[in-house]
Design a binder for this molecule. Structure first.
Ligand SMILES: [Ca+2]
Ligand SMILES: [Ca+2]
Ligand SMILES: [Ca+2]
Length: 355
């Protein structure tokens, strides 16, 4: 017998969500670099390990939780996935990674770039090419607006070192809130070295407590510094947004925070031409410290498949009286065997099951 459901629009959306969530469903890896919010976002507790911290990150940002995790300083990352393929729709942005970037109320702008707290993260994407549901396939960087910037370093690496047990703090003589200017030593692959300072506002350990190793090495690309000290005396740091193509770089409500899978490139910079993506990795892309506000760190609050949200709207906006759509909003002539599909008649939607 053929089953027919006539449903309300809101219930319909819920059903679509249960079939395919527009939100990420899983955090696969969470490994922040040291930073002032590390061990707090999410909170480390004695006994936590790599997996329990991964689960805490997942609880914070999967589904529509909109909690927040920090990626710490340059290179720290999170890897998450959707429960389906986010399709790469031509000439459309496909997904958004949610961060906590904001523009300052005083409206600083430099060459069209709004300033505030913009802490860009580079976004990598992966298509589940071997179909096993695991993120063990090739990764592609989304080439954002600074990909071709000559000041972007594409072969960057930083190693951070856990402070020794015998470590003694070196308070700043100039900036009282820098309570230890030799706190976390780092060394990069371009012979530069330095320290992340400990701030008086954040006195918990900055090195991830659940990591057993005494050093952490990250690799990736480093974007040019994006801060200016407008005061000239270290009291007013403004972090400027880059035009497009990064996480935590524009407010979530700004369209320039959206991402297009068409930006994915191969290692040689040529387009990857992906049909869609299942997995996303984001890492902090600037390696800078801004005095009393400390190191710059990308924060993540989740991610959304923009097409899942728009599938039903698209179906309703199409000028037709009668049509059949798949559960993801693709118009078809005939429903697939044994599939759940949408029948539209005027503005009424029916969810049906094909025998
Ligand atoms: Ca696209
Ligand atoms: Ca795979
Ligand atoms: Ca941020």
């Amino acid at each position: 017998m053929k089953k027919i459901f006539i449903i309300h629009y809101s219930l319909f959306l819920a059903l679509v969500a249960s079939a395919q969530s527009p939100f990420i469903s899983r955090v696969w890896e969470y490994c922040p670099a040291p930073g002032q919010f590390v061990n707090e976002l999410p909170a480390y507790e004695l006994g936590d390990d790599v997996n329990t911290m991964r689960l805490k990150a997942e609880e914070a940002i999967a589904d529509d939780q909109r909690g927040m995790i920090t990626l710490g300083g340059w290179g720290g990352y999170v890897l998450f996935g959707f429960d389906h393929m986010v399709p790469n729709i031509a000439d459309k942005n496909d997904f958004i990674v949610l961060g906590n970037a904001f523009y300052s109320a005083s409206g600083e702008e430099e060459e069209g770039r709004r300033g505030g707290s913009c802490e860009p993260g580079i976004v990598l994407v992966s298509y589940d090419a071997n179909g096993n549901g695991q993120p063990d396939d090739a990764w592609y960087e989304l080439a954002g607006s600074e990909y071709a910037n000559k000041s972007t370093i594409h072969d960057y690496a930083v190693t951070y070192f856990r402070p020794d047990i015998s470590h003694e703090a070196t308070p700043s003589q100039v900036t009282p809130s820098l309570i230890d200017t030799t706190y976390i030593r780092w060394l990069d692959n371009h012979s530069a070295e330095g320290y992340l300072s400990q701030l008086s506002f954040h006195i918990q350990p900055y090195f991830p407590e659940w990591i057993e190793a005494d050093s952490l090495t990250f690799t990736g690309a480093r974007l040019p510094d994006n801060y200016r000290d407008l005061s000239g005396n270290g009291t007013n740091y403004v972090l400027y947004s880059y035009p497009w193509g990064y996480a935590d770089n524009h407010p979530n409500t700004d369209q320039r925070a959206e991402l297009d899978i068409d930006w994915a490139v191969n290692d040689d910079g040529t387009p990857a031409n992906l049909p869609g993506i299942h997995f996303v990795k984001v890492y902090t892309a600037v390696h800078q410290q801004c005095g009393w506000i400390g190191e710059t760190s990308t924060e993540i609050m989740g991610a959304i498949d923009l097409h899942c949200h728009t599938a039903v709207n698209n179906a309703l906006s199409e000028p037709t009286e009668k049509a059949i759509y798949t559960i993801t909003g693709v118009r078809v002539n005939e429903p697939l065997p044994h599939s759940v599909y949408i029948l539209r008649e005027g503005n009424r939607l029916e969810l049906k099951i094909q025998k």
